[in-house]
Design a binder for this molecule. Structure first.
Ligand code: XMP
Length: 510
């Protein structure tokens, strides 16, 4: 299978590029700049994309690639930082600021194979300070921006291309067309060799079968989320009832969720070990104020319960996890990055869990896992269900953890979901839930004065949870949600709507 490598100069951009290339039919993986040349030499690598990134090519010690990369005669597309890097390495000139930010109009001068399907004027998303002042010898300018910056270039007799704008973001309406052009017109991927995650399912199953020894059992921690459900299904297809899903109820699920998970597995014909440990979790969380401390307690309790349950399964040698491709890359990319929230336990298991690790989804993005889940027959309400954090409703409570607050977020979130489903908006947003803290508001219930909690509703649109914007919903839907919460959930007197995007806020409150 021919594939592309995306040189990672900035994680978020690079992942989006890889996803767009895969959508366009070319399987892509991220590589670090220092590995780029060697990776690109591999025979099955048919193209290289240099991503954007936060550094400046003009700064000393900014990341670069071995210039021999440009001599491989393989198609290369440089984007933003990658475009400037390519221009400088091949003899062009760069200039500093002021640059362009946001929606920008470009004028297409040459409708080449990369810009085919573009109108003469197109809106694109720009985000650059430095710019290419002069293209390298042997290159021509194919588009300029409204402020006169070089917006795209191509080499006259080599498959080298660069764009200053970001085709990978949704704000560039013709971005998908550009990737399609690159994949089809320039790399020459034919329809029969297009990347399709669903077609890899038989291989994944075969590999699980080969990896797991005869008679060995595989434990799978399931939560009802799409990733762990797909893992359980794949392992069950590979080795039948030697796949042993364990579902630990930590008491922090959405309303009705534990029952739905059990019903789903029953329908799939897969036997699940169910452990209701909610009392133990809630007891340990009682009164804990710090959210990170709650995450730690939940993680630790989970391992306790899980390890105990797994130890009773005879011949259990493997643990299968729903690790996805971005987790794999990010766990290798710590490089001084700030820990904002402690999400994942990728890249190793606590010593107490003495299992070999099976990660059948480690090459896939979430949307690809959804496609696989759908192909394996999972119902839409599982496939397109909103993401839900591992520590559950515990990260939606500010101040001390109490059962009263837990009850409030659970009931209020249920109302949010019901109203979004009723108005057909549920599947159009990324996540939608309620949050409660210690802010109080005086209300009147009947004739009596009552003091109740403020519940904050968070509804966001996003593509990957790295950035998110609040959903500009019809006020009538919001109003109905607010009315129902105040009348149906005891001890709530006010509903607020959270309208700060990520960044600077995060999606969950803590
Ligand atoms: P934030 O709040 O960091 O969330 O913007 C980004 C995405 O991650 C989810 N999230 C978590 N998932 N364990 C998880 O498994 C966690 O502790 C956790 N905290 C946040 C969040 O729901 C959103 O989709």
């Amino acid at each position: 299978m021919r594939r592309a490598v995306v040189v990672n100069f900035g994680g978020q951009y690079a992942h989006l590029i890889a996803r767009r290339l895969r959508e366009a039919g070319l399987y892509s993986e991220l590589v670090w700049p220092e590995e780029a040349l060697e990776a690109a030499r591999a025979q099955d690598v048919a193209a290289v994309v240099l991503s954007g990134g936060p550094a400046s090519v003009l700064e000393p010690n900014s990341p670069g690639v071995d210039p021999d990369l440009f001599k491989l005669n393989k198609p290369i597309l440089g984007i933003c930082y990658g475009f400037q890097l390519m221009a400088r390495e091949l003899g062009g000139k760069l200039a500093r600021g002021p640059g362009e930010y946001g929606n920008t109009e470009i004028r297409v001068l040459v409708k080449d194979e990369l810009l085919s399907g573009f109108e003469e004027r197109e809106v694109v998303w720009m985000s650059h300070g430095d710019s290419v002042a002069e293209v390298p010898p042997g290159f021509q300018v194919t588009a300029v921006s409204e402020r006169g910056y070089i917006a795209a270039m191509k080499a006259v007799d080599k498959p080298l291309y660069g764009v200053q704008f970001h085709p990978e973001v949704a704000h560039t309406p013709k971005g998908k067309q550009l990737f399609k052009n690159f994949v089809e017109n320039i790399v020459g991927i034919r329809s029969e060799e297009r990347w399709d995650p669903v077609r890899t399912v038989p291989q994944i199953i075969e590999e699980i079968r080969r990896t797991v020894g005869p008679g060995e059992r595989v434990i799978i921690g399931v939560s009802g989320g799409i990733d762990s459900t797909v893992v359980a299904l794949l392992v069950a297809k590979a080795i039948g009832d030697r796949a042993v899903p364990i579902f630990v109820n930590h008491g922090l699920f959405r309303e009705g969720e534990p029952e739905e998970v059990l019903q789903l597995f029953q329908r799939l014909g897969i036997r699940v070990i169910y452990v209701d440990a909610s009392e133990e979790f809630l007891r340990r969380l009682d009164g804990v104020e710090d959210c990170e401390e709650r995450r730690r307690i939940i993680g630790e309790t989970f391992i306790d319960v899980f390890a105990k349950t797994a130890s009773q399964v005879s011949n259990a040698r493997w643990l299968a996890q729903g690790t996805l491709y971005p987790d794999v890359i990010e766990s290798g990319a710590v490089k001084g990055a700030d820990k904002i929230k402690s999400h994942h336990n990728v890249g190793g298991l606590p010593a107490r869990l003495d299992f070999k690790l099976l990660e059948p989804l480690r090459n896939f993005y979430k949307d690809e896992v959804r496609a696989i889940g759908k192909a394996l027959g999972l119902p839409d309400d599982v496939v397109y269900r909103h993401p839900f954090p591992g520590p559950g409703l515990a990260v939606r409570i500010m101040g001390q953890f109490t059962r009263e607050k837990l009850d409030i977020v659970r009931r209020a979130s249920k109302i949010v979901e019901e109203e979004l489903k009723a108005s057909g908006l549920y599947y159009r947003v990324w996540q939608a839930f309620a949050v409660v803290g210690d802010d109080m508001w005086v209300g009147v219930k009947g004739d009596a004065r009552s003091v109740g909690h403020v519940v904050t509703i968070r509804i966001v649109e996003s593509e990957d949870a790295m950035t998110a914007d609040w959903a500009k919903l019809d006020w009538r839907v919001l109003s109905r949600i607010a009315q129902r919460i105040v009348s149906e959930v005891p001890k709530v007197t006010m509903v607020a709507y959270a309208i700060t995007p990520k960044p600077p806020a995060t999606i969950e409150p803590c």
